[in-house]
Design a binder for this molecule. Structure first.
Ligand SMILES: [Zn+2]
Length: 266
């Protein structure tokens, strides 16, 4: 029933169980309960959900490989911009061709942005606390993500704000929350939260780093982010998780710049 269609009691047409009303006659779907399908989670057609996740996952994989293993900063920055832009276009095409109206409705409620901003602030605060705690007993190297991000941010601050502050978070939210989480959410809330958190954390984990300890030290941060963003999505949908993610990434870009200049002139 969660993947196959249900029959409209009014006109007899078949439609997705997650829809609030029948797309043919607009009769309210009485079989849809808020417990099964919370009102702010955005459900694409199951096939479109899987497509969005696979497209996004492939793009993010490409991007990680290109940015972090390329020795030429200029070329990797240009490649990153192009990759993110084509990724947004392809994923939005899937969404806009299938459930355009429902998707735009997700961005109309101010309260969802408030949820996102509150969770974003919690993520920034907890992130600072975690990095302070880990820095007490671990003084080693930065992990590859931080090191690569730092060198790029310092050379291209404005482009970095656009890429890491906006495009990256939007792409990742479409992939992990709109694609992956909403698909699993059809079946079970807790399985969906745990699986999305783990997948989100481990895509940021660099297994090829020779200094594996520095990656393990960063893991709690990734898990925390994965969980909080998924929670934001469950409560407030795409506008909540996107605003939380954008806020967090802008804050960490600013902190990276401050750390660099403070370190330079101290
Ligand atoms: Zn109907």
């Amino acid at each position: 029933m969660l993947l196959t269609s249900i029959k409209c009691s009014n006109c007899g047409a078949y439609h997705d169980a997650t829809l609030e009303e029948c797309p043919d006659c607009h009769k309210t779907n009485e079989l849809r309960t808020l417990k099964d399908f919370p009102k702010n989670v955005f459900f694409l057609h199951p096939v479109a959900q899987i497509a969005v996740f696979i497209i996004g996952f492939a793009y993010i994989g490409m991007l990680m490989t290109e940015i972090f293993y390329s020795n030429f900063l200029e070329s990797s920055m240009a490649i990153a911009c192009l990759t993110y832009l084509t990724m947004v276009i392809v994923i939005l095409a899937v969404i806009l061709f299938t459930r355009r109206k429902l998707f735009f409705n997700c961005f109309k409620h101010l309260s969802n942005y408030v949820i996102g901003i509150v969770i974003g602030a919690i993520a920034i605060g907890l992130g600072i606390i975690i990095s302070m705690i880990t820095s007490i007993w671990y003084q080693g190297n930065e992990n590859i993500n931080q090191a690569a991000a730092e060198s790029v941010i310092v050379v291209y601050p404005l482009l970095s704000f656009l890429l890491f502050g906006f495009l990256g978070p939007i792409c990742e939210e479409l992939t992990y929350r709109v694609g992956f989480y909403s698909f699993l959410r059809r079946f079970n809330k807790y399985v969906a939260i745990v699986a999305t958190t783990i997948v989100f954390a481990f895509i940021h984990f660099r297994f090829n780093n020779e200094d594996i300890v520095s990656e393990l030290v960063a893991l709690p941060q990734y898990l925390l982010m994965g969980f909080l963003l998924t929670y934001a999505y469950e409560k407030g949908g795409p506008s909540a998780s996107m605003s939380a993610h954008i806020m967090y990434n802008i804050a960490s870009t600013i902190m990276t710049l401050m750390r660099y200049y403070y370190g330079q002139h101290a």
